[in-house]
Design a protein around this ligand. Structure first.
Ligand SMILES: NC(=O)c1ccc[n+]([C@@H]2O[C@H](COP(=O)([O-])OP(=O)(O)OC[C@H]3O[C@@H](n4cnc5c(N)ncnc54)[C@H](O)[C@@H]3O)[C@@H](O)[C@H]2O)c1
Length: 359
């Protein structure tokens, strides 16, 4: 059996960590990435992050390019990390997000089918839960009500993908239920049973907050602009950036948002487990990936100050689309895939600091 895996967005933060682990496990990751960033440094860094297999520079929406890459390498499965990832930007430029994160992704999946791929792992996000009103931690059955175009594109991809499973004869009605909740419909909507991708089996992962870096410190989080808390706090503690705390009037104990931080290598390992589950005949399914522990922004700041160094804080307003509290119940990933996170917050911060020190 081919050990080649097509990795869309493999030059990015989570994708590069996956490629490293995949190579360690005996797979050959074939990265498809368009390598475009507003920053030449980020672009150069992404290119250098593709170290564990071939790099094919292409847009996932380019059917001819993707098809010829699939024909060239005959991969056994695909992983789709490729996406724009800024929630705030998506509220300002929704068309950009619908085009890249939905239409191109849908076209990519169709091309995978034409290229005879049958297994896919897709990166979704906790953003599909929107601003939850139910008790937390959140499990996969909780209400899906995204509040940003970013979250809506992710949920739309989920619906497109796993309608497939319903069409193949799943009796659990999962997609129907999900579509009804998302669209707040009080009747069943049979069209959603009709997946666009009758030949693709998929594992969908809803990540909570990815953070940290590989212990080698050669790959890590590099976005432009960087909006993620741990990277920004570490950069501030290393004197490379000013730090702004966005909102301290949330209904939480210290007034700052609470999030569930999961190490990028734990996410990478989940993808290997998800991939092997599919290859062993597992059914299409969706899983939360998080630690189940919430930390406030203030707690993260305190921990970065302790482990990396002191820094000044400017107080700013809330960011659009930031819910107060997002914590995962990832027990399904443990039960079905045997996945468990291994890094705690201190270890996440230390690995991020080691990476940003040299990059
Ligand atoms: N970082 C997080 O905390 C987080 C949380 C939840 C979900 N996610 C999801 O995880 C995935 C990976 O996130 P990341 O932080 O590694 O992002 P990233 O920006 O570091 O990497 C994304 C990669 O995809 C590539 N890409 C984007 N659109 C493309 C296209 N049309 N064609 C080809 N390549 C394209 C980019 O060039 C980049 O290398 C995304 O789908 C994101 O939505 C991330």
């Amino acid at each position: 059996m081919s050990k080649n895996i097509l990795v869309a967005g493999g030059a990015g933060y989570i994708g590069s960590h996956f490629c490293k682990l995949a190579a360690e496990k005996g797979y050959t990751p074939i990265t498809i990435d368009r390598l475009t960033s507003p920053s030449p440094q980020v672009e150069q860094f992404r290119r250098s992050a593709v170290q564990w297999g071939p790099l094919e520079i292409a847009d996932i929406g380019d059917e001819d390019a993707v098809l010829s890459i699939a024909e060239k390498y005959k991969p056994v499965a695909a992983i789709c990390f490729a996406s724009l990832i800024e929630v705030g930007e998506s509220t300002l430029q929704p068309d950009l997000y619908w085009d890249n994160n939905y239409y191109k992704v849908m076209r990519f999946f169709k091309t995978l089918e034409r290229g005879k791929l049958r297994h896919l792992v897709f990166s979704s996000s906790a953003a599909v839960y929107g601003n939850p009103t139910t008790a937390q931690p959140l499990n996969e059955e909780d209400d899906l009500a995204p509040i940003s175009p970013y979250g809506m594109t992710k949920l739309s991809c989920e619906i497109g993908l796993q309608g497939l499973y319903a069409r193949q004869g799943s009796s659990d009605g999962f997609i129907d239920e999900m579509a009804r909740r998302a669209l707040k419909l009080d009747y069943t909507y049979p069209e959603f049973r009709m997946s666009f991708f009758p030949c693709l089996k998929s594992v969908i992962f809803r990540y909570f907050n990815a953070a940290g870096a590989d212990k080698s410190a050669t790959i890590g989080e590099m976005h432009e602009p960087e909006t993620h808390l741990i990277a920004n706090a570490v950069l501030a503690a290393q004197g490379k950036k000013q730090f702004t705390l966005n909102g301290s009037d949330y209904p939480t104990t210290d007034g700052t948002c609470i999030r569930d931080y999961v190490h990028v290598n734990d996410l990478a390992r989940a993808h290997i487990q998800g991939l092997e589950y599919l290859l062993a005949g597992g059914k299409s399914d969706v899983f939360n990936l998080g630690t189940g522990k919430g930390y406030s922004v203030q707690q993260v700041i305190d921990s970065v100050k302790k482990h990396v160094g002191d820094f000044a804080i400017t107080h700013g307003p809330r960011r659009t689309g930031d819910p107060a509290f997002l914590v995962a119940d990832a027990s399904k990933a443990k039960q079905v895939l045997g996945w468990e996170p291994t890094y705690d917050l201190d270890a996440i911060i230390k690995t991020a600091a080691a990476f940003h020190k040299d990059n």
